[in-house]
Design a binder for this molecule. Structure first.
Ligand code: GAL
Length: 622
């Protein structure tokens, strides 16, 4: 088709009003990679947190003895650096605005003149070679106050004295924790914004002030996501200001509520995608599922957090080595933070060996920071592929979620490798190469079993770099779902690598494309090209998964804010438009897909039930 005839179609299909109005503000290029960009989380944080083992029944001695064990048993060397304090460390808010530390729990804090300080604690951990983590809440009160009513370690005193959360004290509390006390990591919980509303259990005790909940769990409509985001954004800004050396980690903890999955990476280094993990198989699977389709949100400095590891506890204890290893492999392939949560003083040598396996940890800590993505899911079998920093290398997890033995397979195409070229396959847990032939790898997996591989081959994209192989360098600036946040992610989907948001193959006008990005319009992706590439090529079009009456979409490409490419308005069923642009020197490439309102009805677009699914197929940099 000639350029002129394409243009004619464009003019016929695109309601002029929408194009004349110019792009929506959030679809304007930002010319930057708009992630948080602060903190020391280039790879997923690793460490230990006492919550899953001790809840609030924790003391200085218990934590120290675990820290000493981590130092002695090889875990510190393997990368576990953060030793964190969770809920329970506070006694009350003082009249001068400071927080009184519970010195019965941390006698070390009382060892100085003046108000207790946790500086001796962080000094001690630092001297042991660890980083020190602390816990607070973004609201006025903490989670134990709502959910651990029988804890002996709840804040005491008047209603005001029990308000140990950050709200109203953000700047001074964080200055104390990071400036005076010297912490390196903070987990900021959110119960203060969720659990102290009218009718809540906590309020009935008459020891807390009522607050209109900004988070109503599992109810996106009643949740005020913007206010929650604003509160965390403030914490992120304050921490960046307090830590000019960027040696800190901000863990955001609203349990997947308030759309945190979409904005967490703009304000912090990790964000919880789900409710608390419980030490059983189903809970572990559930938490995994809340993160496993969000590969486009993770990257160096920002990680989906399906919660701390339950390894060592319940159905993952020493009597369940298969489940423990599979759980650990799942967190490894996701590039999830690795925060162990059991009393390591009771760890068996086999458990320590598991937690310190160098090749498995290397997959989790790979410098590219790509999160593994699901390339196959049928019945109980899932296969995830994580492109590694070394060109053509992938971490691959074959996973049996069910309780019957299965056979699982993965082929070269699923790994985005050239099936005609040889592959080297290594069993990561065993640390040995596997003799393989052909382009298909097959394994028998016992109930709850898995196989974690490192595979090396020739990328299917040849000499080019597929965007899917550098998903850690992509930021979903606008996901095409805003305004539809009331719908759970399972229904509306999230932008995906090599698949539509619903997990189907990318398909434009009847042709299937093996690689690319699937996303809804209106959307904007930022790609950190960092001046390393010279051309960007793709085939952009409305995916066949879009509704037949879905209107048209215009595709635009920007390099450092400069318009490099504009497509005509394309409807479902139309052939994709080829893109081939010069990106030499470009630091940030932006891919925009903007839907035009359905013909004749501008109002209809505002109330659209869904937005068209689009595909940036064969989107490659070279
Ligand atoms: C929960 C949080 C847990 C733990 C607990 C402390 O909200 O998800 O990881 O920190 O609070 O009370």
């Amino acid at each position: 088709m000639t350029k002129t005839s394409l243009l004619a179609i464009a003019l016929a299909l695109a309601p002029l009003s929408s194009l004349a109005a110019g792009p929506r503000p959030e679809l304007q290029p930002s010319a930057r990679f708009s992630v948080y960009g602060h903190g020391a989380a280039a790879t997923p944080p690793m460490g230990w947190n006492p919550w899953n083992a001790f809840r609030t029944e924790v003391t200085q001695d218990k934590i120290l003895s675990v820290a000493e064990t981590i130092k002695r048993n090889g875990m510190q060397k393997a990368g576990y650096r953060y030793v964190n304090i969770d809920d329970g460390w506070w006694l009350q808010r003082r009249a001068d605005g400071g927080i009184q530390i519970r010195t019965t729990m941390f006698p070390m804090a009382a060892s100085r003149s003046g108000p207790p300080s946790l500086r001796p604690w962080t000094d001690h951990l630092h001297a042991m070679g660890f980083k020190a983590g602390l816990y607070t809440d973004v609201g006025r009160n903490a989670c134990s106050q709502a959910h651990d009513a029988h804890s002996p370690n709840l804040p005491v005193g008047t209603v005001a004295q029990r308000e140990i959360g950050l709200e109203g004290f953000e700047a001074s509390d964080l200055a104390t924790m990071f400036g005076e006390w010297g912490f390196d990591y903070i987990k900021v919980d959110a119960c203060g914004l969720a659990d102290f509303g009218e009718g809540s259990k906590a309020l009935a005790s008459a020891t807390y002030r009522e607050g209109r909940p900004l988070i109503v769990r599992a109810d996106a409509q009643a949740t005020d996501a913007d206010k929650v985001e604003t509160a965390y954004a403030r914490v992120g800004r304050l921490l960046a200001g307090l830590n000019p050396d960027d040696d800190f980690v901000l863990s955001i903890c609203p349990w997947g509520e308030a759309g945190v999955g979409n904005w967490g990476g703009r304000h912090g280094n990790l964000w919880r995608t789900s409710a608390d993990i419980e030490p059983n198989w189903d809970s572990m699977l559930h938490n995994f599922d809340t993160a496993s389709r969000r590969e486009l949100y993770a990257g160096p400095g920002r990680w989906n957090d399906p919660d701390m590891l339950a390894v060592g506890l319940g159905e993952f204890d020493a009597r369940h080595p298969v489940e423990a290893r599979t759980h650990f492999s799942m967190w490894a392939i996701l590039a999830a933070p690795l925060l162990v949560g059991f009393d390591l003083n009771h760890a068996s040598p086999a458990q320590v060996a598991m937690l310190t396996n160098p090749e498995v940890i290397a997959i989790n800590q790979d410098a590219a920071g790509n999160q593994g993505r699901i390339v196959f899911h049928e019945g109980d079998v899932q296969v995830l592929v994580k492109p590694l920093a070394q060109r053509g290398e992938r971490g691959v997890l074959l996973l049996n979620r069910g309780n019957r033995a299965v056979q699982a397979r993965v082929d070269a195409a699923q790994m985005q490798l050239d099936p005609g070229e040889p592959m080297q396959v290594r069993d990561a847990w065993a640390g040995r190469d596997l003799a393989t032939s052909g382009a298909v790898l097959e394994f028998d997996l016992p109930a709850h079993g898995s196989m974690l591989l490192k595979v090396r081959g020739k990328p299917a994209s040849g000499d080019a770099t597929a965007l899917g192989d550098i998903s850690g360098r992509i930021h979903v600036a606008v996901d095409g779902l805003s305004g539809y946040s009331a719908r759970p992610a399972e229904v509306s989907g999230t932008p995906r690598v090599d698949a539509t948001p619903a997990g189907q193959p990318l398909r434009i006008a009847g042709t299937t494309y093996a690689r690319g990005i699937g996303i809804h319009a209106d959307s904007r992706l930022e790609v950190k090209t960092a001046g390393e590439f010279s051309r960007f090529q793709a085939l952009a079009g409305v995916d066949d998964a879009a509704a037949a009456s879905g209107g048209t979409v215009q595709f635009r490409v920007y390099g450092d804010g400069r318009l490099l490419f504009t497509s005509p308005a394309l409807a479902r069923g139309q052939a994709p438009v080829p893109i081939n642009v010069d990106v030499r020197g470009v630091q940030v490439l932006e891919l925009v897909a903007e839907a035009a309102p359905e013909a004749g009805s501008a109002a209809a677009s505002a109330s659209r039930a869904s937005t068209p699914v689009v595909a940036w197929a064969h989107a490659d940099l070279r």
